[in-house]
Every structure is written in structure tokens, then in C-alpha cells.
Design a protein around this ligand. Structure first.
Ligand SMILES: O=C(O)c1ccc(O)c(O)c1
Ligand SMILES: [Mg+2]
Length: 601
């Protein structure tokens, strides 16, 4: 289907919004009146700009408080409408949106509402314009889609139809039965379809709508279920995103528009309208790649954790450090000096690396150059929204490009047994404006499942975190976001959590090797003693080593932390088989302890 986006969904001046929408592949836009009023361009110039960009103007909006008002008021409304219709002629827009009245003057009289809308439609018809009537969830007397449709039906004019807006419909009811009536509306009378998702929140619906809407798949509404009904009805117009969101208002329009377009690609796939290459779910983490100008401290840390430097890249200053199935690449190339120590790339073990890359590309993930030098094994890679490079890897599997062939053994002794078996999870703090995008990206592009997001108190703010995982938990990525826009990338911590079967032994070995573990306050252990019963001496051991503890119905989780280098630290975790979490309830204590250790600026 054609795709469209409301200019209110993107930041910047009108021309920036239009350019971003066109670049991201949208076919059209809804022009918001405020964007037009603030633009130095004449309506004809906006029309020409849209035409140059290949965009149609699918909707002009909004007109408010038109119907079911006193006669004098309605006369003034018609006068105002005529002005706007002339403007729309100059703009080349043929559909106008009318929101249901919120005016205290409006009366609860469907017949009067229908009469007024018919009069408006007659006027519009003379200009070749169609009127799409939309029920605002907080409309004074009309607040549901079926009520708006009954009025449109009664008004019975070819230039009058209804506009369905998923937010207004689903904010009022999440019962699938309540959207089934949509399929009974004649498709040609659904003049427009606006789509917005939202996180499920108990709050005033107007505030919810104006500040927290998000793109389909990023909130808790069943947008696909609603769209299926609209298609069943025979709707032929565009899928149009109308997202009022405080974050998108501030974020750069270009990436937001790509995020928006991706959400519609995923939506169209989920309702069976399109069939992009199927997701190829990763089956493990092949490696985590650190870039660092501080080779020595990072190497010392890896050594203390029990890793051995087993191989070196044939053509680049990249070392492979290994222990069990845990592999860390340490890249000291030119990028390292610029960016400080950070987790720059992740190798995802993939059953079909080329297929995974095709999927990613079809969902607008930037594809990275396939090989850096002619000798390198050709690896498929894409960039995640935060810039992390994702490599689709096959480790030692015949017939597939094996990244380890780029590495030459350096004859180090086999890894000392530090007790670490594999990478348990990666935690990547996202740029503040890309959290929802990141979750949708990892779900749709990689085929991972997303858990609920959790809020964690940080002494200086609030950290939100949402994990994406595959079914057996062999790939776990915890996406986080900090409290406020930060100019300093250094605030975006990243960590690599390493799985061990015996955390106490691993922590002791690390300390004996000169490693320093994050110190946890005694108060925390007093609280643990109150919450749980421990074996003799167990809690004292945790206190001594700085081990944190969590337990749910399915098992226990023990974890501790190294110090931070650049943006990166390590976590050691011992996870009972059934435990699916990340010790979120301990995060406030951990974050506070990390602030204590951070140099004062
Ligand atoms: O919040 C509003 O006023 C508003 C305006 C126009 C719309 O299409 C809408 O869904 C909401
Ligand atoms: Mg709307």
C-alpha cells in the first residue's frame, strides 16, 4: 500500500520534514496546518517542492469544532472552511481532516452534526475536496469511530467520509471485538487511515495522544489487528503515520523518517500485504568487538578475567581474546583513538548470514561494506540504529564464510580456565532518542523477541531497559536508555556479561589475578539478609566480593562487575537455567556504586 506520514511526526522546518519523508521512501504526507503557517514558502511552492520530491499531499489537517455548534458559530465555520479550501486548491491537497468537536458550545445532537457535515461536504465538493471526519478519543459528544461513521452515513454525501485513527480507537478499547465493526464500513467511505501506536499507560487520553504516540510495533496496541479490519473493509488509501511524540519532535528528522518507514514495512509484512526476506534468528554471539586506544588496561582486564590472546587478524590491528565460547576482539586501529574504548561491533552466529543481511537490507538497515581488504573473509554486516556494527557470522561451519580464518594463531597457551563459558548478554545503552527504534530494529530485523521494558532508578536519573532475546536465550541484548539527552557519548555505558557456572570461584580468580570488582555498600547485604535465607557463610562471601543476588520463581541470579574502561565494563554472571532476567532490581545499587567510582568532572 502507499505510505504517508504526517508532518507533525518529524522535527524541523517543513522543507526538512518533506525531504526526510521522501528520502525514507514515503509516497505522501499529511500537511499539518501549523507547519504550513510557519513556513516561508507559498502554498504553490510547497506543492512544487512535494512534486519535486515525489510526494503527494494526501491530507490537510486539522479543521476543528465544525459540527453540532450554534448556528452563528457554524456560519463562521463555513467561512473559515472556504478560506481553507482555497488554500488547499493552491496546495494541491484534495482531502481535509475534520476532528470531532471538543467545543463547550457543541451539542449532543447527531442529526445536527450530520446536517453540518453535509453542508461542509457540499461546500468542499465545489472545490473538488473531500472531507474526512475523525472521532477524537476526547471528542465532546463524538469519541468513537463507530459513532463518527454513523453520523457520516446519516449525512450521506459523496464528498464526506470518515478518517480512522488507530490511536483514538485503541486508546479507548483493546478488545479485538470492538474493531470488528470497521470491516462493515464501505471501503470507499473510509477516506483516510492514520496509524499510531502507544505504550500502554493509565493516563489522561489527550496527554497520552499528544506526547506518547509512537510508530506501529513500538507500543502496546494491536495495530496489525486493526489494519486487517480496514483492509477487509476494502480501504484503498494510504497507510499514514500520525505520531505526536515529544522525543521525535527533538530528534533528527532523517533517521526518524527511516524508523517510521521501517515500522510500516514490518506492519505490512505482519498483515500479509508484503513478503520481505524472512528473518534469520541468530543462534549465538560469535564475538564482541571492542575498539580501544588503551590496549594495556583492556588487555590486563581480559587477562585477569582468564581470557588468552589466541590469534591476531592477518591484516588489521585486531586481537582475538578467547575463553570457552566467549570471544572478545580488541581492535586498536585508527577508529580507536578517536572514540575511546567502546563496544563497536557484535558478531551474531547466523544459520544463514547472507539471508540475515538480505532481511536487514529490506528493512532499511544500512549495509556495511562486505570486506575491508581483498584477503578478508567476506562477511555480511549492517549497522544498528546506535551505530553498533552487526556481523552475521558462521564460526567454523563448513561451506559458510568463517570469520576466524582472518585470524592467525599467535601460539599463546590454551586459555587459562577462568571459569567463563560464553557471553551471557550484551548491554548497549542507546542514544536517548533511539530507544524505541532500537527495540523495533532488533525485533524486526533480527527476529528477536522483546521483553517488557523496566525502569531502573539511577542516582542522577532514570534508566529504562528492555531486553531482546532469541528463544533459547543464547542471544540476549539488553537495550538501555539514559535519563536525558546527553551530548557526551561517554555516558552511554556498554557492558559484556560473561557466563560462569561458579561465580564465587570466578570472582576470586579475577581478584587473585589483580582484577578489581565494583564495591557494593553493606546496606545492600543487610537488605538481602532480610529478603532471602542463605546458607552459612554465603552472604558473607557475596559481601566480600561485591556479588549481587536476585531470585525469581524459576531460579537465582548472581552477578558482579569490573571497573569501567572508557564506556565499557564487564559483568560476571551465574544464571540458574530458569532465570530469565538481568538482575534489574539490583541495578540502582550497581549504578550508584559506578557513579562513586567515576572521576568527578
Ligand atoms: O490532538 C489533536 O488535536 C489531534 C488533531 C488531529 C488528529 O488527527 C488527531 O488524531 C489528534
Ligand atoms: Mg488523527
Amino acid at each position: 500500500m502507499r505510505t504517508s506520514i504526517a508532518t507533525v511526526s518529524l522535527s524541523g522546518a517543513l522543507t526538512e520534514k518533506l525531504t526526510a519523508a521522501a528520502r525514507a521512501g514515503f509516497d505522501g504526507v499529511e500537511v499539518f496546518e501549523n507547519d504550513l503557517l510557519a513556513s516561508p514558502l507559498a502554498p504553490e511552492e510547497i506543492r512544487a517542492r512535494c512534486a519535486d520530491l515525489g510526494l503527494s499531499i494526501d491530507l490537510y489537517q486539522p479543521m476543528r469544532d465544525i459540527e453540532a455548534v450554534p448556528q452563528d458559530e457554524f456560519r463562521r465555520n463555513l467561512r473559515r472552511a472556504e478560506h481553507k479550501f482555497r488554500l488547499m486548491e493552491r496546495l494541491g491537497a484534495d482531502t481535509v481532516l475534520v476532528c470531532s468537536s471538543v467545543s463547550p458550545l457543541a451539542v449532543d445532537d447527531d442529526a445536527l452534526a450530520a446536517f453540518h457535515l453535509r453542508r461542509l461536504a457540499e461546500l468542499a465538493d465545489g472545490f473538488g475536496i473531500r472531507v474526512a471526519y475523525e472521532a477524537l478519543a476526547w471528542g465532546r459528544h463524538v469519541s468513537t469511530y463507530d459513532h463518527a461513521w454513523r453520523i457520516v452515513e446519516a449525512a450521506d454525501h459523496p464528498a464526506l467520509g470518515t478518517c480512522l485513527d488507530s490511536f483514538h480507537i485503541l486508546a479507548r478499547s483493546s478488545d479485538p471485538k470492538d474493531v470488528e465493526g470497521i470491516a462493515d464500513i464501505p471501503g470507499e467511505k473510509i477516506f483516510f487511515l492514520q496509524l499510531a501506536d502507544a505504550p500502554l499507560m493509565a493516563m489522561d487520553v489527550l496527554q497520552w495522544s499528544r506526547h506518547y504516540r509512537c510508530f506501529p510495533g513500538q507500543g502496546g496496541f494491536d495495530i496489525a489487528g486493526l489494519v486487517r479490519q480496514v483492509i477487509k473493509a476494502g480501504y484503498q488509501g494510504p497507510l499514514s503515520l500520525e505520531v505526536f511524540n515529544d522525543v521525535f519532535r527533538q530528534a533528527e528528522a532523517g533517521p526518524t523518517a527511516v524508523d517510521a518507514q521501517r515500522s510500516l514495512l514490518v506492519l505490512q509484512e505482519s498483515v500479509g500485504l508484503t513478503a520481505p526476506p524472512a528473518p534469520v534468528v541468530p543462534t549465538g554471539i560469535a564475538f564482541a568487538e571492542l575498539v580501544s586506544p588503551d590496549v594495556e588496561p583492556v588487555s590486563e582486564l581480559l587477562e585477569a578475567l582468564g581470557f588468552a590472546r589466541t590469534a591476531r587478524h592477518r591484516g588489521k590491528p585486531v586481537d582475538l581474546w578467547q575463553q570457552g565460547e566467549a570471544r572478545v576482539l580488541l581492535n586498536t586501529g585508527p577508529g580507536a583513538r578517536r572514540d575511546g574504548t567502546q563496544l563497536a561491533a557484535v558478531g551474531l552466529e547466523s544459520p544463514d548470514p547472507a539471508g540475515a543481511a538480505r532481511r536487514a537490507e529490506s528493512l532499511l538497515a544500512p549495509v556495511l561494506p562486505r570486506r575491508r581488504t581483498p584477503e578478508d573473509v567476506p562477511l555480511d554486516a549492517v549497522a544498528a540504529p546506535d551505530g553498533t556494527e552487526l556481523f552475521f557470522c558462521a564460526t567454523g561451519r563448513p561451506g559458510l564464510p568463517d570469520w576466524t580464518r582472518d585470524f592467525e594463531p599467535v601460539g599463546q597457551p590454551a586459555p587459562a580456565d577462568g571459569g567463563i563459558r560464553r557471553i551471557d548478554h550484551l548491554a548497549l545503552t542507546q542514544p536517548w532518542h533511539q530507544f524505541d527504534e532500537a527495540a523495533l530494529f532488533h525485533r524486526s530485523v533480527l527476529g528477536l523477541g522483546a521483553l517488557e521494558s523496566v525502569d531502573v532508578a539511577d542516582p542522577y536519573g532514570l534508566l529504562r531497559s528492555r531486553a531482546v532475546t532469541n528463544a533459547d536465550g543464547s542471544v540476549r541484548i539488553a537495550l538501555g536508555v539514559g535519563p536525558a539527552p546527553s551530548a557526551d557519548d561517554g555516558d552511554r555505558a556498554q557492558h559484556i556479561a560473561l557466563a560462569t557456572d561458579d561465580l564465587v570461584a570466578a570472582a576470586r580468580r579475577f581478584r587473585a589475578a589483580g582484577g578489581r570488582l565494583l564495591t557494593i555498600p553493606a546496606n545492600y547485604y543487610d537488605d538481602l539478609a532480610a529478603k532471602y535465607e542463605f546458607e552459612e557463610g554465603e552472604l558473607e562471601t557475596y559481601r566480600e566480593l561485591g556479588i549481587l543476588y536476585d531470585r525469581d520463581a524459576d531460579g537465582a541470579f548472581r552477578h558482579c562487575y569490573t571497573e569501567t574502561i572508557g564506556r565499557v565494563f564487564f559483568e560476571l554472571v551465574q544464571r540458574d537455567a530458569g532465570y530469565r532476567g538481568y538482575g534489574a532490581q539490583n541495578a540502582p545499587v550497581r549504578l550508584a556504586a559506578q557513579h562513586v567510582r567515576r572521576p568527578v568532572r
